[in-house]
Design a protein around this ligand. Sequence first.
Ligand code: ATP
Ligand code: MG
Length: 657
Amino acid sequence: EGGLEARLLGGLDEEQREVATTLHGPLCVLAGAGTGKTRAITHRIAYGVHTGVYSPQRLLAVTFTARAAAEMRSRLRDLGVGGVQARTFHAAALRQLQYFWPQAVGGAVPGLLEHKAQTIAESARRLRLTVDRAAIRDLASEIEWAKVSMLTPSTYLEGAAGRGEPGGLQPQTVARLFQAYEDVKVDRNLIDFEDVLLITVGILQEDPKVAATVRDQYRHFVVDEYQDVSPLQQRLLELWLGEREELCVVGDASQTIYSFTGATSAHLLEFGKRHPSAAIVRLVRDYRSTPQVVGLANALLAARRAGGPAADAKWAQPLRLIAQRPAGPEPEYAECSDDEAEAAAVARRIGELVAAGTEPKDIAVLFRTNGQSEAFEQALTAAGIGYQLRGGERFFNRREVRDGLLQLRGAARAAADDGVALPQRVRDVLSSLGYSEQAPTGSGATRERWESLAALVALADELSAARGEGFGLPEFVDELQERATAQHAPAVQGVTLASLHAAKGLEWDAVFLVGLSEGLMPISFADTPMTVDEERRLLYVGITRARVFLHLSWSLSRTPGGRAHRRPSRFLDGLRPAGSTASHARAGERRARRELKGPTVCRVCGTILSTGAERKVGRCSNCPPTYEEATFEALRAWRLEQAREADVPAFVVFTDA
Ligand code: ATP
Ligand code: MG
């Protein structure tokens, strides 16, 4: 039928249309950021359902985050398709586990372990080991890595060669701790996040009847963000498929950012080898971003290739993206004296964008580590700009959210539905935790608590409007529990604050990439060519989140008045306008600093002015003579002018206002 074809295929380019109409696997889409991979597979599912090739209940679409899954479901609904399962690996496995547990294992499904760090601490106590908090974090990620790599405490030593001493412990000790951790969970009848996948894999491997039922349930599989699939997820996918090849994967090796957890782009890049009959489609047109943003993203990856043999040559041949959108503003660069000044500068610039008509929900501030968000939260609060923290685990780990969930669960159990509408009941219950309709004045902990509770109230409003009459407190509590498991934080209409990892797959009109200094980007513990490469990919993911406006900033010291000890990120070398001379000067500066512990440098371009023993900031003759007196606006105009002449991205320096 012509109308339908037009609706489902009209908004796609030729290659995307090939994806959407190749309804049988194996199919692999290899393409860069913003080229419409997610859009193409969403239309493929809709097209397959409309043409009767897929029945919605028989298709499983796997996405990387619960939010991405929800977005895909809503896009499918817009295209007239309901009932498709779009889930994360974890959520899909958890559902199957709940369904098959009584038959395959017997009894009830164990509870999910919520406090991994505490459990690891307890395991260490059992072994009479002393480990501090930082070590516990290391050990938690080491155990997680081992599990998604499908290593057990007894095979850990074989697989962990060359991984150093996580948490300062010998590999043998880590293996014992790993075993103790597993024992604690068994004693408590709890399973952790990775167990959900591991146990599902185990059941599918060992119980042919369960495997047959699951394979009969799902006939077609689609996986988004396939470059970050872990060996464990890959195994699960293979078990779901059995002998079949009804699989479509899409991904971008340049966006592999979860290697540290055991994920690998090898599965994506070698898809053609594993499935010799696979159709492989490449997309190169970037529909998301302006030529300015795309240019910067291309330059960042090109700089890597120019930098000598790649540590991991596989991802080092990215497709050059070709921008489809009209030109936009030049990326802005801001060097700030300290973290507080950086946060203030970013908040001020966001204020200007909002005043000029950009909606706060179309703006994001992205950072490398969650610890960086606080300064920006404070600056935004001071500027009266609402924000939300992305990264579900943080939301559901907050004390007030956990308390809220507990109270709501209690209330749902205690009283039968007394006819009061859900939104009011949620308000009543949460008011005992300090919720009120009016936001408290000022910033800080009280305000944060209130924001969390208000997000729960807003979610109750939203869900009760969407689901209607039958959606009461018990259903709301179930929904919250499911979201907590899937780490899907409720949306708030404000500026998004998120880690670069959590920003994957998403897009905003304006993106602020903050903390772009050595030590933060790349992060200090990225000390091998491989880990530095991953940091570069992370920055690539960050840049390519922006549709129009991109702002890159860093600060030279942590605290106001502190010694300027930070340098701009090496990834910006050559991307900033001063170009090769500046990076040359910076290389010189590095050398000089090693020798003398502190030259005087021009704070505009980084050139060394004198090699005195104390690091001072000055200005060289190439930089604007009125620099010291220049207002921010005048300086910015001057810089933009220079940049236009040299045909390079603009480099704007904020002074501390
Ligand atoms: P990422 O690698 O970041 O996940 P992606 O390849 O999945 O990116 P999408 O999110 O699907 O890209 O698309 C990026 C943006 O471009 C979206 O806003 C999407 O609606 C838009 N887009 C994609 N294809 C087209 C097209 N053919 N015409 C117009 N807009 C498009
Ligand atoms: Mg995508």
